[in-house]
Structures are given as structure tokens and as C-alpha cells.
Design a protein around this ligand. Structure first.
Ligand code: ADP
Length: 504
């Protein structure tokens, strides 16, 4: 491939797109300048182009680490359709098939892409062959999978840095994700061992044409039917439910009411899952009722509705799931159906999953102590750490200590390297007073979201309304400045679209 072709020419010639989308060109140029690059683009923002175009502009193969077989197959097929040579290796292929694919990459001319699952990177077969390949670029797709604090952690992702040591130092890595949190971004940069001078590019995660609403209802099934009818005939939707049983029951209910619906969950046989997914992608089924096992890597642009029968555990997960609606840039709807007992249920689950704040605070203080006494450091020390021993010393249940560490790391108070249940390296990076701020901040966001929903009156499809910051502030008994700050935060986190306007 000639290195003289400009990225735009490559985009036009191979993909037939006329122009880059916001952010794509800057990301591509950063890679072409040899920099390690982190690209944070919302779902549907066009991440693939960001590594595929520079791969074509540079000599050599682009190795793409990707977490899902379906995703790999899809991309390989797409590239081949454009006349580009791509190979993939993943679990389930025979030794011979893998051997053949790797041979093509070592000896075959013009193979431009090698897709590989993170698990395969660790095999000796792969490590021996990759040294013989002329690699030009390393791309890490769905890079949030390497953060222990993200919602989709895959341990083998942590070994990608090892692969880098097998490749010439000059080869840049590009990491891509639709995750917006700063903690996960920092984690990616650290775990992939980005070289100094790296580039981080973040597109706005706000989705102005995606309406988020919560509907309070005593009868979720009836309300779901109304919502589906409201969205219009023959429109595509995803309904998320918490349990497998619920997906089956809901799909059956929708079928009874003449909606072509099917259930999808991890308990189905692989062939069944593929069929359900394919029927939905090709519009034979309109509504897929799924657990959160469904979604990553699904590129169906015309999803008009994502409805949740139960709210997911984190806002981040909600944003990912809801974000599967409207990838074509047209108006779309994200609706949470909330029942009378949901708030209590959510509270119960959170209480079970997380130790009380007092315990978190105790663990944090104990850490500071531990750092001072056992390690002789001050409050800002990095030290090796045995969680079992720590828990015994301070009479904290190991599971509480473990969960507290997770929370503290997730909220950015400490850094923990390696798995937390083996001797870990802990780095205290903030003082005690921040822990109190953390409690306050979380409570405030919660209140703000509740107030927003109340102001919206739980009405369907009201997400594009203008709201007054003043009324919100009065409602919450907080200053307008505070409310504005929180709205900005929620905007950055992709929870709502916020545009400040002068109030008269
Ligand atoms: P992501 O992985 O960020 O969710 P994809 O890479 O799958 O997104 O791209 C989403 C869709 O946008 C694809 O159908 C892709 O062909 C299209 N797309 C990407 N970049 C452009 C562009 N510059 N112009 C037009 N369409 C684009």
C-alpha cells in the first residue's frame, strides 16, 4: 500500500464516505505521527475507521485485539467486502486453521488486518509467529475491557502490554472505547504502557437526538406495549430485562400482542443465539428481549427504542445499553420502566454489593495508617499490600476490605494495580476530606436525577424539553451554580444532553 495516499483519499476510495466524522481525522493523524493514541468515541461514532484508515496508510499488518468473536467476524467480513485482506483467530478454530491464518500473515502478501482475541495473544503459537510478521500498528478495540474498574473487565486484556514488548518499539498502539469515565481512560493509558507524548481524543458523549425518560408505572408490561406502539409500527427495539426468565416471559407476552419478539440470553444454545440475533438484524424480528449479555459489538443503526424493565446497576452500563438506540443519528428513545418497588430493590442490591460508607471510610483510614506504620510512608505512599493481612490487622472482613478497595479505586481515591485479592500495590492519592466530598457528591447526583424526572412528570418522550436551572435549583434547595455543575457532570458522563442558556 502506498504511504502517499492521504487518509481522506483512503476513506473515500475504500469506504465511499465523503468526509470524516468529528474527531476521526485528529485520531488518525495522531496514529500516523507514530503516537500512542486513546480514542474515546460514543457508540456509533465510527471507531473502526480510526484504526482501519491509518492501517492502510502505513506499511505492514495491523493487529486488532477484540473481545468478541461475533465482532471480529463482522469486521473481517466487512473488510473483505471492500477488497481488503483480513484474518482472524479465536477460540473454536482448529490448530490447523489458526496455523493457516497466521501463515498468511507472515508470508501472504497484502494481509492488512489480523484480528485476535486477547486469550489467543498469550499462546506460544501466536507469540512465535507474531515476531516474524511485519506489524505496523496495534489496535485495541473495546479497550475499557482492560480496566478492572470498568463494567466489562477481561483479565487477558492486561497482557496486551506484553505483546508490545515482542514488537518493535516504534509501533504505535491505538486504543478505542465508548467509555467516558476518566478513571477507565487513565487505566487504559497505564495498562497499555503508553509512551510519553501520547494523544487522548474525546468526542462529546452527549446524544442530542436520544431522548432519555423514566416512566413510573404499576404495570410494566402494559406500559411497554404502549411505548412500543408509540414508537410506531415496524420499528426496531431492544428490551432489557434482568433475568433470563423475564426475557422469555416478556417475549412471549409481546408475541401474544402481535409484536414479532424473541428472547436472547446467555443460557440459550449458541446456534439459537446466532439465529435470534440474525433474525433481528435482518428485520424478521422487531423486538429483542435480552439480558445484558446482548449488545456489545452489535451494529444495527436503526434501533429506535431501548427499553429497560429494570435499571442497570450503574449509570455507565445504562449509558452503554441505551446508547445502542439511534446509531444512525436519527431521533430515538431510551426508556426506563420503573415500578413502585424498584427503588427499594435497587437500594437492597447496592447495600448487598457494597459495604456501608462507614466501612469504606474505615478501610481508607486504615490504609493511611498502614502506609504510615507498616511501610513508613506518609499519606501519599505507594506500597505492596497483602489484603488478607491488612484485613486481619484492622479486623475488617476481607470481603468488605476488598469491596471497599474497589469503590475507593473506582472513585479515584487510590490506585490498585493487579488483582485485589493477591498481594496488590496500593497508591493513596487523596486525603481524607475527599472521602466526605465523595459521599456528598454521589447523594447530590442522585437527587438531581430524581428531580429531573419529577419535573418531566414521568411523561413519555419529553427528553428534548428545555428545563429551567432556576426551578431545578429551587426544587433541590441548591444554588444555581451547583445545579449547573452537576448538569455539566451528567452531560460529560453522557447521561443527559445539557446546553446552558441565558435565563430571562
Ligand atoms: P463504533 O464502533 O464507534 O460504534 P463503527 O465503527 O461501527 O462505530 O461505525 C458506525 C457506523 O458509522 C458504520 O456503519 C460506519 O460505516 C459509519 N461511519 C464511520 N465513519 C464514517 C464517516 N466518516 N462517514 C460516514 N459513515 C461513517
Amino acid at each position: 500500500m502506498s504511504t502517499e495516499l492521504s487518509p481522506l483519499t483512503i476513506l473515500q476510495e475504500h469506504w465511499g464516505h465523503q468526509a470524516f466524522r468529528p474527531g476521526q481525522e485528529e485520531i488518525i493523524n495522531s496514529v500516523l505521527n507514530g503516537k500512542d493514541t486513546l480514542a474515546l468515541l460514543p457508540t456509533g461514532g465510527g471507531k473502526s475507521i480510526c484504526f482501519q484508515v491509518p492501517a492502510l496508510a502505513r506499511p505492514g499488518i495491523c493487529i486488532v485485539v477484540s473481545p468478541l468473536i461475533a465482532l471480529m467476524k463482522d469486521q473481517v467480513e466487512n473488510l473483505r467486502k471492500r477488497g481488503l485482506r483480513a484474518e482472524a483467530i479465536y477460540a473454536g478454530m482448529s490448530h490447523q486453521e489458526i496455523d493457516h491464518a497466521l501463515d498468511n500473515c507472515v508470508y501472504g502478501r497484502n494481509v492488512k488486518f489480523l484480528y485476535v482475541s486477547p486469550e489467543r495473544l498469550l499462546t506460544e503459537l501466536f507469540q512465535v509467529r507474531v515476531r516474524k510478521m511485519n506489524v505496523g500498528l496495534l489496535a485495541v478495540d473495546e479497550a475499557h475491557c482492560l480496566s478492572q474498574w470498568g463494567y466489562d473487565f477481561r483479565p487477558p486484556y492486561l497482557r496486551i502490554a506484553e505483546l508490545r514488548t515482542l514488537l518493535p518499539e516504534s509501533i504505535p498502539v491505538i486504543a478505542l472505547t465508548a467509555t467516558a469515565t476518566a478513571q477507565v481512560a487513565a487505566d487504559i493509558v497505564e495498562k497499555l504502557e503508553f509512551r510519553p507524548g501520547f494523544g487522548v481524543f474525546r468526542q462529546s458523549f452527549a446524544r442530542p437526538k436520544l431522548s432519555y425518560s423514566v416512566l413510573h408505572t404499576e404495570d410494566k408490561m402494559r406500559r411497554l406495549l404502549e411505548v412500543l406502539r408509540g414508537v410506531g409500527p415496524n420499528k426496531t427495539g431492544i428490551v432489557y430485562a434482568r433475568t433470563r426468565r423475564q426475557t422469555e416471559d416478556t417475549a412471549a407476552f409481546l408475541q401474544q400482542h402481535k409484536f414479532p419478539a424473541a428472547a436472547y440470553h446467555a443460557g440459550l444454545a449458541p446456534e439459537r443465539r446466532t439465529k435470534v440475533q440474525q433474525d433481528w438484524i435482518e428485520d424478521r424480528t422487531r423486538v429483542i428481549v435480552a439480558t445484558n449479555a446482548f449488545g456489545m459489538g452489535i451494529d444495527k443503526p436503526d434501533v429506535r427504542l431501548v427499553a429497560h424493565l429494570d435499571a442497570p446497576d450503574t449509570l455507565e452500563a445504562y449509558y452503554q445499553e441505551a446508547g445502542r438506540a439511534g446509531r444512525d443519528g436519527q431521533y430515538a428513545f431510551a426508556v426506563v420502566l420503573a415500578g413502585p418497588s424498584d427503588a427499594d430493590e435497587a437500594r437492597r442490591r447496592t447495600t448487598q454489593a457494597f459495604p456501608p460508607l462507614d466501612t469504606v471510610r474505615r478501610v481508607y483510614q486504615a490504609l493511611a495508617n498502614y502506609s504510615r506504620t507498616a511501610v513508613g510512608g506518609g499519606e501519599l505512599a505507594a506500597f505492596d499490600f497483602d489484603i488478607q493481612q491488612f484485613a486481619e490487622t484492622y479486623r475488617i472482613r476481607a470481603v468488605d476490605a476488598h469491596n471497599s478497595l474497589r469503590i475507593l479505586a473506582r472513585e479515584g481515591f487510590i490506585q490498585v494495580n493487579e488483582a485485589v485479592n493477591t498481594p496488590a500495590r496500593v497508591h493513596l492519592i487523596m486525603g481524607h476530606q475527599d472521602l466526605y466530598a465523595f459521599q456528598v457528591a454521589n447523594a447530590q447526583h442522585d437527587q438531581l436525577i430524581k428531580a429531573l424526572l419529577r419535573l418531566h412528570g414521568g411523561e413519555l418522550f419529553v427528553g428534548f424539553q428545555a428545563i429551567s436551572e432556576n426551578s431545578l435549583a429551587t426544587h433541590l434547595r441548591r444554588s444555581v451554580t451547583e445545579v449547573r455543575q452537576q448538569l455539566r457532570y451528567l452531560h460529560t458522563a453522557g447521561i443527559l444532553h445539557y446546553q446552558a442558556r441565558q435565563e430571562s
